[in-house]
Design a protein. Structure first.
Length: 486
């Protein structure tokens, strides 16, 4: 796989370098903590899926400046030679904490926490956000498609519509995590171990003298359940009858086959094709459909009982469809002071939703006695004076904006810390899970959330809260900044 672009240390925003030179020149390269979170759910949904961590860890381990990269920065005429010499030997040496890839996630909670020197934390911002935002968007979209199909077989067919080479590769990886059973992208199959699958194009049919000949030739080449594209000329008058002719020969040999619909009224055609096959005793024949599908169309077809065995989804899944981007952001939450202590910092705003939560934090998932998720809670991650959530404890939990909204909850089930160490000293802490395992986690995670959070239309809002101690710190800093006196 060509890793030139997304593994280059130049893959970040220009201001990261201008700030980095300022930190270096003014001797500000002290310890810092940055956290990534996102602000709202994509697709007006009730949940999202965390994806891209494995890719990010690989990128950070490879992070360095080639001689060509240094030469390009020099050519800009902005950076001083001593700073460029500093970058020549630069590596990411910080620590990274993150959720398990495949975790179901919600706005305002931390997905990734970076601890290191200020310059290295700053320079990786663009790479981190690009990687996590895009793959989380596609994994979330795919999960919605899978849920809409009733956990059906979703094939990712988006290579030709994805945003460029890396967009296609990242989308295939993320779609598999989100629940797709395979991809049409052969390179993604090789690189990530994803099952590759596909049928035929209309050109295959048109390249033969007849539709029947095209189907028979394909069946001769691929004896294990060949799938015929039957809408090249006329689905019901030509495609289905010719598929039946070839299908009967295959049935006599003890073989099965399937067909794909790629145009027209999918529900009507699927029903009529199923009737034709069943009338000829071809009950084992399967029907796959494609043609710019999304979760709304798939749910409508599923609810109507359309006899569809598998779904090929491309454009709407790998591009995000109606949602252009995932709203992940990356903010400084603590910095080292003149005495060598980490002190909490925060961004304030007239928009409460853009006012950040200060300090180094942990995320807890509270579940009830039945194992169902109740709420996620942000706490101060202080090893000396822990701010923990424990089973049996009773807590007053506040809205993440720190305002008056709160509730009291007694933990009658489990309380699990979600952020775990993934890198130390710039090196991964052991091999990560397989894509198959991450994909399995998504499905397992979704079963622990009530269906009201997963419905496509008007989903229930899951509670994400902060502890009293974190709220107190936030209000203190707002007061210290003079926010309440304006």
């Amino acid at each position: 796989m060509n890793k030139l672009w997304n593994h280059s240390a130049l893959f970040t925003d220009f201001y990261s370098f201008t700030m980095a030179q300022g930190y270096w020149k003014n001797r500000m390269n002290r310890r810092a903590v940055f956290e990534m979170f996102f602000r709202r759910q994509p697709f007006e949904g009730g949940f999202a899926v965390f994806a891209g961590l494995g890719t990010l860890l690989e990128q950070l381990e490879d992070f360095s400046f080639s001689p060509e990269a240094i030469a390009y920065l020099r050519s800009l005429g902005v950076f001083e030679e001593p700073f460029l010499h500093y970058l020549e030997d630069f590596r990411f040496t910080g620590s990274l904490w993150a959720l398990d890839e495949g975790t179901v996630i919600f706005p305002q909670e931390i997905l990734v926490r970076i601890e290191g020197k200020l310059i290295e934390c700053q320079i990786i911002e663009g790479m981190l956000l690009n990687t996590i935002n895009f793959q989380s968007l596609v994994a979330t979209k795919t999960s919605r498609v899978v849920l809409a199909s009733g956990q059906g077989a979703i094939m990712e067919f988006g290579l030709r519509r994805a945003q460029g080479f890396d967009g296609a590769m990242s989308a295939s990886r993320a779609a598999f995590i989100g629940g797709a059973v395979g991809t049409s992208n052969v390179l993604a199959g090789k690189e990530f171990g994803i099952p590759v699958m596909g049928t035929m194009a209309h050109s295959w049919v048109m390249a033969h003298k007849s539709e029947e000949e095209a189907f028979q030739a394909y069946a001769d080449l691929y004896p294990t359940h060949p799938v015929f594209l039957i809408d090249t000329y006329d689905t019901l008058k030509s495609g289905a009858p010719n598929a039946i002719k070839v299908g009967k020969r295959l049935a006599a040999e003890g073989r099965t086959f399937g067909v794909r619909l790629d145009s027209g009224d999918i529900h009507y055609l699927a029903v009529e094709v199923r009737k034709l096959f069943d009338a000829e005793g071809l009950k084992e024949a399967t029907i796959a459909v494609s043609n710019d599908l999304d979760e709304a169309i798939i749910q409508t077809l599923t609810d109507k009982g359309a006899p569809i065995n598998s779904w090929g989804v491309g454009t709407q899944m790998v591009t995000g469809g109606t949602e252009a981007a995932f709203t992940g952001v990356y903010k400084l939450t603590a910095r080292e002071d003149d005495e060598g202590k980490l002190v909490p910092v925060m961004k304030r705003s007239d928009n409460p939703d853009k006012t950040t939560n200060p300090g180094v934090k942990q995320v807890w998932r509270i579940k009830d006695s039945q194992g169902m998720a109740v709420a996620d809670v942000l706490s101060i991650d202080d090893p000396v004076n822990p701010d923990r959530i424990v089973p049996g404890g009773q807590y007053v939990l506040w809205h993440t904006t720190g305002d008056y909204r709160h509730f009291t909850h007694t933990v009658d089930g489990s309380a699990e810390p979600l952020l775990k160490p993934r890198m130390e000293g710039g090196r991964s802490l052991g091999p990560g899970p397989s894509l198959e395992a991450i994909r399995g986690l998504v499905r397992s995670e979704l079963t622990s959330f009530d269906g009201s959070y997963k419905r496509l239309l008007n989903p229930h809002v899951y509670k994400v809260s902060i502890t009293e101690r974190l709220r107190t710190l936030k209000l203190f800093l707002l007061s210290d900044y003079g926010f309440f006196s304006r």
